[in-house]
Design a protein around this ligand. Structure first.
Ligand code: AMP
Length: 283
C-alpha cells in the first residue's frame, strides 16, 4: 500500500487537483487535525464512495484553540497518519504549515451565526470563528465536489452547512455517523490523553446520553431528564459538565417533542474535555 502523495503548499494542492479535474474526476475533501483514528478513516471511505479522488487535509488550526487550550500538546504524528491513509487509499494529503495557511498580515475572520449559538460557544467563544475561517479556506483552496464532516462534532457539522449555504460555496457537505469503540466511546484524537481509570469513566459518556435520549423519546420531561444526565455524569466520575442539552437536529434550536432531536454534551475528565451527542430515537 503506497502512502498518499503529500503537498504542503496551496499552489501544489491546486496543481494536483487541476490535473484531476482535467481528467473529469470528482473530488472529495476530508478536513482533519491529524492524529487519525478509525473515525477519520470512515470519512475517507465515504468520500471515495462518492468521488474518484480524496484529499485529506491535516492541519492543527491554531485559530480554533483559545490560549488556555491544548494547541501545543495536541498529538502530531504525520508518518503514522500517512500509513493509515494508505490503508484506505486516500489520494493526497495536504499538510500546510501555519505560515502557509495564515500568511503574515492575515486579517480576515468568518463568523457564522445560527447553529453556532450556545453549546460549544458558551465555553469556547472563539472556536467556531476559527473553524469557519479555516474550513472556508480549505474548501476554497481545494474546491472539492464534496466535503465530509463527522456527526461526532455535531454542532460543527451544522455550522459548516450554514457557512456553505450562506457563502454559496459550491460544495456538498456530507455528514458521517460517529464511529465508536466496542464500549460506545466516540473515537477522538483527545482520547489519547485519558489514563486507564479515565477511559473506564469516558466509556459511560455515551451510555448516559443514550439513556437520556431514550427517556426523552419515552415522554420524560426535558428539564428533569437533562438535570438527571448531568447528575449521573458527575456521579460516574466526570469532574465538570459544561453542558447537556436537547436540541433540534437540523437547526440546533431548543428541542420540541414533535421534531427530530439530538442530545449534545461536553464534560471534563481531569484535563481532558470530551464531547459527544446522540439522536433522540423516534418510534
Ligand atoms: P478532527 O481531526 O478532530 O478535527 O476531526 C476531523 C473530522 O473527523 C471532523 O469532521 C470530525 O467530526 C470527524 N471525526 C472525528 N472523530 C470522529 C468519529 N469518532 N467518528 C466520525 N467522525 C469523526
Amino acid at each position: 500500500m503506497s502512502r498518499p502523495h503529500v503537498v504542503d503548499s496551496v499552489a501544489a494542492l491546486r496543481a494536483r487537483i487541476r490535473d484531476w479535474r482535467r481528467d473529469g474526476q470528482r473530488i472529495a475533501m476530508v478536513p482533519t487535525m491529524g492524529a487519525l483514528h478509525d473515525g477519520h478513516l470512515s470519512l475517507v471511505k465515504i468520500a471515495l464512495e462518492r468521488a474518484d479522488r480524496c484529499v485529506v487535509s491535516i492541519f492543527v488550526n491554531p485559530t480554533q484553540f483559545a490560549p488556555t487550550e491544548d494547541l501545543d500538546k495536541y498529538p502530531r504524528q504525520l508518518a503514522r497518519d500517512l500509513d493509515m491513509l494508505a490503508a484506505v487509499k486516500a489520494d493526497l494529503a495536504f499538510t500546510p504549515g501555519v505560515s502557509e495557511m495564515y500568511r503574515a498580515g492575515f486579517a480576515t475572520k468568518i463568523s457564522v451565526g445560527g447553529p453556532s449559538a450556545g453549546l460549544e460557544t458558551d465555553f469556547r467563544p472563539t472556536f467556531f470563528d476559527g473553524v469557519a475561517t479555516v474550513v472556508a479556506k480549505l474548501l476554497l483552496q481545494a474546491a472539492p465536489d464534496f466535503a465530509i464532516f463527522g456527526e461526532k462534532d455535531y454542532q460543527q457539522l451544522c455550522v459548516v452547512r450554514q457557512l456553505c449555504r450562506d457563502l454559496d460555496l459550491p460544495v456538498e457537505i456530507i455528514g458521517a455517523p460517529t464511529i465508536r469503540d466496542a464500549h460506545g466511546l466516540a473515537m477522538s484524537s483527545r482520547n489519547a490523553y485519558l489514563d486507564e481509570a479515565e477511559l473506564q469513566i469516558a466509556r459511560q459518556f455515551n451510555v448516559i446520553l443514550r439513556k437520556a435520549a431514550a427517556a426523552l423519546a419515552a415522554g420524560a420531561g426535558q428539564e428533569e431528564t437533562i438535570a438527571e444526565a448531568s447528575r449521573v455524569l458527575v456521579a460516574t466520575g466526570f469532574q465538570k459538565v459544561d453542558y447537556v442539552e436537547a436540541r433540534e437536529s437540523l437547526t440546533l434550536t431548543p428541542w420540541r417533542r414533535d421534531r427530530a432531536g439530538r442530545v449534545l454534551a461536553a464534560a471534563w475528565l481531569g484535563k481532558t474535555r470530551l464531547i459527544d451527542n446522540v439522536e433522540v430515537p423516534t418510534a
